[in-house]
Design a binder for this molecule. Structure first.
Ligand code: NCD
Length: 297
């Protein structure tokens, strides 16, 4: 599971169906579907949800999960990612990897004999987040095809947005991209969804939120800017507060991969349209499906 771009629509549908089964398992006594299996969790970048939901998913399937800490491992002595991966691959049945370098997951999966699951590689891809986003949208709206979806925020640097645009285009959603002009989605991503799915998202810098079924917001990815002050300046103009939401649909679903910083103020958390905590919760069954299929599928 390196990139959402590697998956056919049928495969994504089968992950979503498996996740729905896993969600039912959550209410039953502990499952033993992955009993005896060992998984490595390797995060070279900060994470709360992705890391914790992978850990919860592994545990709920009866697998053991080991955490690798770059700061206190031989990475700190200068060991290369390649050597570390080859070695850990010898200890476990699957590797969950987050790394700041784009292409790190592909590199690791080429070296490892066991499955490598990309938990985010730089600004490139975040395929399990996209699966959980699609799962959430389908659960909330009953479908994806034909929905009017706005992606708002740092579309240039956010891997969640790149991956999700691909998934939404594949499933036939009507996408509008809202961002500061300097943070537009890269042309190569737009060219790909046009060529593969005939999708031509609308692009705008106007904060008009009327008429959408789903509003997917992400934070300005400050750590990927050379000038963090510039990031802060841009954030101010793209705030989704209750005022901005006045013109939005009553049945809008507001999603966010989280963490949110200032782009959605806390007052919005109490609006019934805010679905991002529910979305984060879906990370567990979706990652249960991903781990199960990677190891047993
Ligand atoms: C995102 C990420 O790490 O790409 N978080 C997540 O996995 N839920 C979003 C972000 O950091 O903005």
């Amino acid at each position: 599971m390196v990139s959402i771009r590697d998956l056919e629509k049928k495969e994504i549908e089968s992950y979503l169906a498996e996740a729905a089964k896993m969600e039912k398992l959550l209410n039953r006594p502990k499952s033993e579907l992955l009993k005896g299996k060992v998984i490595a969790s390797m995060f070279f970048e900060p994470s709360t949800r992705t890391n914790m939901s992978f850990q919860a998913a592994a545990k709920r399937l009866g697998a053991k999960i080991m955490t690798f800490y770059p700061g206190t491992s031989s990475t700190a002595k200068g060991e290369t990612l390649g050597d570390t991966i080859r070695m850990i691959d010898g200890y476990v049945d699957a590797i969950v990897l987050r790394h700041p370098s784009e292409g790190a997951a592909r590199f690791a999966s080429d070296l490892a004999l066991h499955p490598v699951i990309n938990a985010g590689d730089g600004g490139n891809q975040h395929p399990t987040q996209t699966l959980l986003d699609l799962y959430t949208i389908k659960k909330l709206k009953g479908k994806i095809s034909g929905l009017k979806v706005a992606l708002l925020g740092d579309l240039k640097h956010a891997r969640t947005m790149r991956s999700l645009l691909f998934g939404l285009a594949m499933f036939g959603a009507k996408v509008t991209l809202i961002s500061p002009p300097a943070l537009r989605m890269d042309e190569d991503v737009l060219a790909e969804v046009k060529e593969k799915f005939g999708a031509i998202p609308k692009q705008t810098s106007e904060m008009s939120l009327a008429g959408f079924d789903v509003l997917y917001v992400c934070r300005i990815q400050k750590e990927r800017f050379s000038d963090p002050m510039e990031a802060e300046r841009m954030q101010k103009d793209f705030r989704v507060d209750l005022e901005a939401l006045k013109s939005a649909n009553k049945n809008l679903a507001i999603l966010h991969p989280l963490p949110k910083v200032d782009e959605i103020p806390p007052e919005v958390d109490f609006d019934p349209r805010a679905k991002y905590f529910e979305q984060a919760k879906n990370g567990v069954p979706v990652r249960m499906a991903v781990l199960y299929k990677a190891i047993k599928g």
